[in-house]
Design a binder for this molecule. Sequence first.
Ligand SMILES: Cc1cc2nc3c(=O)[nH]c(=O)nc-3n(C[C@H](O)[C@H](O)[C@H](O)COP(=O)(O)OP(=O)(O)OC[C@H]3O[C@@H](n4cnc5c(N)ncnc54)[C@H](O)[C@@H]3O)c2cc1C
Length: 491
Amino acid sequence: MEMFDHIGLAPRIDELRERCPGNRFHFRELTLDEQRTPTLDFGRLPGTQYNYYGKVNQNDLDRALRASLAANHALYPEYGVEYLDSVQDGDAVRVRLRHGGEEGTVEEVTVPWLVGTDGSRSSVRAGLGLAFEQREGASMSMSMVDARLEGFRGDRNWVNYYVSEKGFMLVTGLPGGKFRLYLAGELEKLLQDAPPQKAFQQGLDFFDTGARIAEMDWSSTWEIRKIVGETYSKGRVILCGDATHVHSPAGGQGMNACMQDAFNLGWKLALLIQRRAQPGVLESYGAERRPIAQQVTAGADRMHQILFNASIPVAERFKLTQDPAWHDEAILRISALSHNYRGVDGTLGSVELPASAPLPGDRAPDCVLSEQPPRMRLYDALRHPGFTLLVVPESSEQVYAAYAECASQLRRAFGHLVRTLLVTPVRVPGIDPDELLLDPLQQVQATYGGAANQLILVRPDLYIGFRGTLGETLGLQAYVGKWVPAARLGP
Ligand SMILES: Cc1cc2nc3c(=O)[nH]c(=O)nc-3n(C[C@H](O)[C@H](O)[C@H](O)COP(=O)(O)OP(=O)(O)OC[C@H]3O[C@@H](n4cnc5c(N)ncnc54)[C@H](O)[C@@H]3O)c2cc1C
């Protein structure tokens, strides 16, 4: 949702989605009262206004994205065009595309970069000759249906996980009134002998949900695999999303992870296309996103053990949910808010920060600046394609002058690539109002762990790139210069 928010699409998705507070775990072999039923409550997520799951119909989402592309960029992605193969040739990639099915016409296009977002069976990846095999553990299968239910005793708003020694079931309401059901483990084998409606009904009865399937839409069975590709790009061909990592759907993290790949890549690719990027910018995409894919896979694995691992007794699986750290770690991981690029990107200058403060490499947390209409959040000020420098000064003429000098140096070095903002509770005479971000309650300082007289640089994809003192403008320029050559460095 934050990514949609960044491109102005969140209000539309808000209209389309059904709000889901989180996950509820029902362990069939245990008698648990409401109090002890483990839940993952996304309402407890800190530093974001999107503290819930949004359940959205994929076709609606697709239409919303297309409408946004058409309205804002006059772009119209085509359906029914198949990627066949490609050849890298100097500064370009020659790609063969087929229109209109097997008997259709073949078109050859030449593009500066090719991004393979063609899913886990990616032809683009195959064309690069990259291996994509599961190395450890057996894959397992899972089935799903969309259905109209009558008499469901649970809460349709939540994602209800039903866990048993015999298998797993998921039941949750969808926008429009229907339900999504998943079945796995021993119970899924019922599908070998019975039609889907009957098998899923047996699952619902087994978990005593009270629900009867009144009508069924469609069903599907797929294999859960766990693979993280070794290479995210080769020359001018880049892989993104399921084309380069797949994992257990436990927790439902796949789409977020795939969109974040694209969000990480987008601004870097823009610099490359504009021929402004420093060498190594593309490599940073894989260097940053591959460890995240590994973390997502490890996190999904932990949830997988609770939901699906028949070799662990249900009481043991319940115990895994009782670790006091489990809840907060899980919601932060599943929402992807705790994923970070620490150790891969980010420069920390000589500032002393409390342990809870967000560091370079972390996602830049959002906060409310003003509840009064027009309601204003920090992310509203970050909604542009470049870097943003936040300076939270202690009020003194000297500090304002230091800010103005820093902003002017950045403009000379990087033009409009870096937007600079002075974050203050009140207007400051002599500073361009476009460079002032009013924060009457001083929420930015509180959220960023006492940020007075500091430089906080937020990357275009909303991660912190640099934190330092107001005196460390050279370090800041060196950091930005790592991405884009500076026209002129220094004062
Ligand atoms: C049953 C199930 C439930 C899931 N539930 C969740 C969930 O609750 N939350 C979540 O975040 N994630 C979930 N996921 C994961 C999520 O769906 C995927 O991670 C995500 O869709 C991957 O996006 P992608 O764009 O990389 O690939 P895909 O969604 O697979 O898209 C690839 C596209 O490329 C097209 N394509 C393939 N080959 C070619 C070609 N040669 N030429 C042209 N086009 C081609 C395909 O038709 C497809 O449209 C679930 C996955 C499954 C299977």
